[in-house]
Design a protein around this ligand. Structure first.
Ligand SMILES: Nc1nc2c(ncn2[C@@H]2O[C@H](COP(=O)(O)OP(=O)(O)O)[C@@H](O)[C@H]2O)c(=O)[nH]1
Ligand SMILES: [Mg+2]
Ligand SMILES: [Zn+2]
Length: 295
């Protein structure tokens, strides 16, 4: 029996990397399908393999996992967010942050296209970035060389996944991190039409001592798979403040003596974050109840 990490999944086969760096191919055994547990790229597994034929016997306990893209044991998720073209969308960023918080994956916010901003726009994005930093998130700007080096250091020896809208600049950033990747970059419309024909196959690639998930065809949207009572757990600045709400279990909507709403009124929590909270609250309420599955 050997132990390794799945670095690629391809129609029922898995490529598993051993600690030595060797890669061996196996098949998933049937029982995994019955128990509804499916090995994911990023999983550590016990397996047997000979001449590219073999089986996975056990999946080690996961640190975390994402459904879209399907990947396990992620150290950092880089949210690539365009500062312009398309205009910065706080709701979209918050949506990704909440999904990552819920999945217990550490987010890092990368603002792309900073070079396209005029002075006043630059100040606005700086202001936004300062707020996200103040609530505990790392922020990296595309026009800062030192920040880019810091990003490289953060990714070193870790598994990371890059998310963001099509056209946000994921491929551009990945090429910048590792020019030998030579990923195609392009206009939004082209990328979208190409996306439809892309096989949804996730691969972990070695990039200068970092393992980066290459996730073609995933828009990285998540359906919120938790109740409205849990929603404020995933807004770090709400978690800090909510014990001051008059009522236990306050949903921060119409309750009197709500510390979150007071913070919004005095500006220590931004209106934009509160708007996201309310929008996601409505979204979860409107979702059809569904049964949780393992992955
Ligand atoms: N000016 C500028 N353009 C960028 C930047 N990052 C990406 N782009 C452009 O935005 C478009 C979409 O980028 P791409 O990396 O393909 O986005 P992806 O769909 O997220 O992989 C391409 O035309 C890129 O050249 C940036 O930092 N500055
Ligand atoms: Mg791309
Ligand atoms: Zn409250």
């Amino acid at each position: 029996m050997k132990t390794g990490r799945i670095i690629r999944s391809l129609s029922g086969y898995y490529d598993i990397q051993l600690p030595s760096g060797d890669i061996q191919r196996t098949r998933a055994r049937g029982e995994f399908r019955k128990s509804k547990q499916k090995p994911l790229v990023g999983d550590f597994v016990d397996f047997e393999s000979e001449n590219d034929e073999g089986f996975i016997w056990a999946i080690h306990q996961r640190e975390n996992f994402l459904v879209r893209p399907p990947i396990a044991n992620i150290d950092i998720a880089v949210i690539v967010t365009a500062a312009k073209e398309p205009d910065f969308a706080p709701n979209l960023l918050d949506r990704q942050l909440v999904a990552l918080e819920a999945a217990n994956v550490r987010p890092l916010i990368y603002f792309s296209k900073m070079d396209l901003l005029e002075k006043t726009e630059h100040e606005k994005i700086n202001h936004v970035a300062n707020y996200y930093q103040s609530i505990g998130y790392d922020v990296i700007f595309s026009d800062s060389k030192s920040a880019f080096e810091a990003l490289k250091m953060m990714l070193k020896d870790h598994v990371s996944v890059f998310m963001g809208q099509t056209g946000a600049g994921k491929s551009t950033l990945l090429n910048h991190l590792s020019p030998q990747l030579g990923l195609e970059t392009g206009e939004v419309s082209k990328a979208l039409s190409r996306g439809k024909h892309t096989t949804r196959q996730v691969t972990l690639i070695d990039v200068d001592e970092a393992l980066i998930a290459d996730t073609p065809g995933f828009s990285s949207y998540e359906v919120f798979d938790f109740s409205v009572e849990e929603l404020d757990d995933y807004f770090p600045e709400f978690v800090e403040k909510r014990q001051e709400c008059r009522f236990r279990g306050c949903l921060h909507l119409n309750e009197p003596g709500c510390a979150i709403k007071e913070s919004v009124a005095v500006g220590t929590i931004t209106q934009s974050r509160y708007n996201s909270y309310k929008a996601f609250y409505e979204l979860i309420k409107a979702q059809k109840p569904k049964y949780k599955t393992d992955n």
